[in-house]
Design a protein around this ligand. Structure first.
Ligand SMILES: CC(C)(COP(=O)(O)OP(=O)(O)OC[C@H]1O[C@@H](n2cnc3c(N)ncnc32)[C@H](O)[C@@H]1OP(=O)(O)O)[C@@H](O)C(=O)NCCC(=O)NCCS
Length: 227
């Protein structure tokens, strides 16, 4: 597990808010400012220092329509860019929005944790990841990591890695000790999880379709979290 930075008290789920046009009243109070790392998070998280001026804030999503709209933008961008993440291209906006509304409702029922990464400068959500907590009775210690998405304009700045680490921390804090995910074989994401120390289990050939058609394989990963 990443070592926690002494970054202040942990806010409650859903209390991290952001100012955004049309997003209603988003109090800023619980955005913990992490002293020097390039990302700010609303819970302690180890981040590699960087001399980049990029600043992102990772926090738990709240169930506002504006959040679902912003997440729909990220999902549509990823699908348009060729990511195999459960949807075919072209992805209608209404379908993307309905998906996120269901996901946020599920988070409100504490079945999952939805993390979002906000570009502080533009107050725009540019990335997300989920920790699926609801598991069968005989797997209370396990969670799935799902829907890791970073908008193309925010990639290759360490945000994906920061989201993975934030997901691991959130899962650990929820009492989970085993994480599982799968991702397209040979993708940027596969490289990222391997780089971050996830264990590769193997490949399932022809697992899913690319958004523009044609089969892709998936690689299954797991990670044991210190209890
Ligand atoms: C996979 C994904 C989430 C990665 O997001 P990201 O924010 O680009 O991830 P990172 O920035 O942490 O790492 C990506 C690369 O940038 C590099 N990088 C990180 N910080 C950097 C920096 N400051 N300067 C230059 N390069 C940097 C990393 O080393 C990595 O390099 P590599 O691809 O050669 O291994 C993103 O590509 C994505 O959303 N893909 C589409 C959706 C998808 O496939 N999701 C996975 C579903 S499980």
């Amino acid at each position: 597990m990443p070592r926690a930075i002494e970054a202040g008290p942990r806010p409650t789920v859903g209390s991290a808010q952001r100012p955004e046009e049309g997003a209603g009243d988003w109090p800023r109070a619980c955005a913990v400012v992490v002293p020097s790392p390039r990302h700010q998070v609303d819970f302690p998280l180890a981040m590699s220092a960087s001399n980049s001026t990029d600043t992102f804030r990772i926090h738990r999503a709240t169930p506002e329509t504006a959040v679902a709209e912003a997440l729909a933008d990220v999902l549509m961008d990823c699908v348009e860019g060729g990511a195999s993440v459960g949807f075919m291209h072209p992805l209608p906006r209404a379908r993307a929005l309905a998906f996120w509304q269901q996901v946020l409702a599920s988070a409100a029922r504490a079945e999952r944790i939805v993390l979002v990464a906000e570009d502080v400068e533009s107050s725009t959500i540019v990335g997300t990841v989920q920790v699926v907590l609801a598991m069968p009775d005989n797997q209370p210690h396990r969670a799935d990591v799902a829907k890791m998405l970073v908008h193309r304009r925010a990639r290759r700045r360490g945000l994906g890695a920061a989201l993975v680490q934030a997901a691991e921390t959130a899962a650990h804090d929820a009492g989970k000790t085993l994480l599982v995910l799968d991702t397209v074989t040979g993708s940027d994401a596969e490289r990222m999880y391997a780089r971050l120390g996830w264990e590769r289990c193997g490949v399932i050939p022809g697992y899913a379709l690319w958004p523009h058609g044609g089969l892709c394989s998936t690689t299954v990963f797991y990670r044991v979290l210190a209890s």
